[in-house]
Write a protein that binds this ligand. Structure first.
Ligand SMILES: NC(=O)c1ccc[n+]([C@@H]2O[C@H](COP(=O)([O-])OP(=O)(O)OC[C@H]3O[C@@H](n4cnc5c(N)ncnc54)[C@H](O)[C@@H]3O)[C@@H](O)[C@H]2O)c1
Length: 304
């Protein structure tokens, strides 16, 4: 059993990671400033190995006590996605970069650090398969701030960074702005999906497989430390149109296309996951399973 601090643990990914670490027998402390509330953690409150600390990852007075006695840190707290970062670039830099620095400054020697980076650090990749050796060229504030923090993290000992694909699937703290979740929500609740950049090839990972990647990183820290790993699966590299048709095969809705937006991270790439798979990690939830789960789950969500 390890003592694990999860920053940003009240968020979409964090609410699932917290449950997975509790299920694996660990003692979990969540530090979160509750930007979007904390209801995703309510189910864990009765658990004797769960503790919540309200606080900002940029505040040394909150981070110091949260780090006391921890064996490992899963660092998720961030302003997430190009939209949220563009809405307040100063806050994005402050949380994503300065918050990470605050955590690193207060971290004790020997505390493992597992960092949630993102495929958005790659930017527009010209052709071919993108791997960890591909030079990152982030195009958005989100991608740039996450890359800066990733590099800071990897300059320290006992640290691993995962460049995650776009998450999908149900979480106790749901996000319906992520592509697959958004498409399923729109198909089921509005009866229509309008797809822009339909041929863009994206890459996905189920949120429970993100949690499994952190557990894998903790277990295999000695062999993984100091490096970055793409986390996802090549069979989950799919175009937006392919996702829409997988949903259409399960649930009727009106599928249409139009230039209603652009992806500022210009994500249109195929990503190689061979490095992490070579160590023995693979994802377990296929896109079809995730879509089926979302089709059942979106009925439970409040109106937007
Ligand atoms: N969701 C994805 O598809 C995805 C993909 C790749 C990487 N990631 C990374 O995973 C992490 C979690 O993403 P998510 O989708 O759960 O986002 P989210 O917005 O749902 O969760 C972020 C959490 O961080 C908290 N937070 C924000 N600022 C904070 C601060 N200053 N101090 C303390 N807590 C703060 C928020 O309250 C929230 O609970 C992020 O680091 C993100 O970059 C996510």
């Amino acid at each position: 059993m390890a003592n694990v601090l999860i920053t940003g643990g009240a968020g979409y990914v964090g609410a699932v990671v917290s449950g997975a670490f509790l299920d694996a027998g660990h003692r979990v402390t969540v530090l979160d400033s509750l930007v979007d509330g904390g209801y995703g953690l309510l189910g864990y409150v009765p658990h004797e190995r769960f503790r919540f600390l309200p606080g900002d990852v940029r505040d040394a007075r909150a981070v110091g006590p949260a780090l006391a006695g921890q064996d490992a840190i899963v660092h998720l707290a961030a302003v997430v996605g190009f939209g949220a970062c563009n809405a307040d670039p100063f806050r994005a830099t402050s949380v994503n970069v300065d918050g990470t620095r605050c955590l690193l400054d207060a971290r004790h020697p020997g505390q493992a650090l597992l960092y949630a980076s993102t495929g958005s650090v790659y930017g527009a990749v010209p052709g071919g398969l993108c791997h960890e050796g591909t030079e990152p060229a982030p195009l958005s504030v989100y991608g740039r701030t996450k890359l800066t923090a990733e590099r800071m993290v990897l300059q320290t000992r006992d640290a691993v960074a995962f460049r995650f694909a776009t998450a999908f699937g149900m979480s106790p703290r749901m996000r319906t702005d992520l592509l697959v979740n958004d498409f399923v929500y729109s198909a089921k609740r509005r009866g229509v999906i309008v797809v822009y950049e339909r041929a863009s090839r994206r890459t996905f990972i189920h949120v429970r497989d993100m949690a499994r990647a952190f557990l894998f990183g903790l277990e295999h820290l000695a062999g993984m430390a100091g490096e970055v790993y793409n986390a996802g699966a090549e069979r989950l590299n799919l175009t937006k149109d392919e996702i829409a048709h997988l949903i259409l095969a399960r649930h009727p809705f009106f599928l249409t296309y139009g230039p209603i937006g652009i992806d500022e991270d210009r994500r249109d790439y195929q990503v190689s996951y061979a490095k992490l798979q070579g160590l023995g990690y693979d994802t377990t939830v296929e896109i079809e399973q995730g879509i089926d789960e979302l089709l059942r789950g979106v009925d439970l969500l409040p109106p937007p």
